[in-house]
Design a protein around this ligand. Sequence first.
Ligand code: C2E
Ligand code: MG
Ligand code: MG
Ligand code: MG
Length: 271
Amino acid sequence: AAKDAGRHCARVYHPSLDESHERRQRLEQDLKRAVEDEEIYVRYQPIVDAQSGEVVAVEALARWSHPVHGDVPPDVFIPIAEISGLINAIGRQVLLHACREMRETGLDLAVNLSPAQFWDGNLYDEVQQVLERTGFPPERLELEITESLLLRRPQVAAAVIDRLRSLGIRMALDDFGTGFASIAYLQQLTIDRLKIDRSFLAPLESQPDMREVLISIVGLAKAYHLEVCAEGIETPGQAQLARIAGCGRLQGWLFGRPQAASAFQPVALRA
Ligand code: C2E
Ligand code: MG
Ligand code: MG
Ligand code: MG
């Protein structure tokens, strides 16, 4: 189906840079309506244990199928949602749906948090309410934030993270290595996992130097007692090198594209 083809589908909408202000405003209006009508839905990408190869977790990824333009990629609509303030509602819907749909699978669940959500004073209460409403075990939930968050007010960010972790959930730093955050921030933050950006994984086979870079990043993570997930694994060779470097979890197209919740069996039915 067109929905499942994601960003590779011919109908994927990519607004050009010179696109009129008016056009973007219309997209924002459409997004507003989509959020109200709960047209935002969630796909789940499997994450495997590097040693066993078993699926141990999923990442929830927001999807929007525009009635005219087709699938609008999150890289397009999340920034619009950020600017227009719709991200809080979208984030709430994604978290609620994901906790509901993944509860019975027994899998760990990663959900992305945008900066606007992170700095919103209601986030703690909202996460707590979703956990209560859905009965999702807090220890299986991990919220992903990006380095860019830490630049502004690292001390306040650390406090927000600690408060969220007091719910019993875990925190991960997403797209690690792509931002401008200093390594020193790792010292101040109580996070549980680094997700190494796929730009470090993609060149592993063609550029042997990158293997040393990856090994160094994993070493850094270990020094801070952080778990590591490698993102964007597309080939068996990359998976093998990531495993050798010490990444505990692997995510990427090699193991599965983002899929509907129904692709993940309840734990009671799994072999
Ligand atoms: P992310 O959190 O880093 O998510 C991983 C992205 O990499 C996803 O793109 C996923 O489909 C893609 N990916 C996974 N494996 C591979 C691979 O092997 N090769 C390649 N080339 N790509 C791979 P997607 O779903 O388009 O999402 C893009 C970004 O949009 C996410 O990056 C995240 O920053 C943001 N996003 C998605 N859903 C949400 C959401 O619910 N809330 C917020 N705040 N942001 C979201
Ligand atoms: Mg993520
Ligand atoms: Mg990521
Ligand atoms: Mg990424």
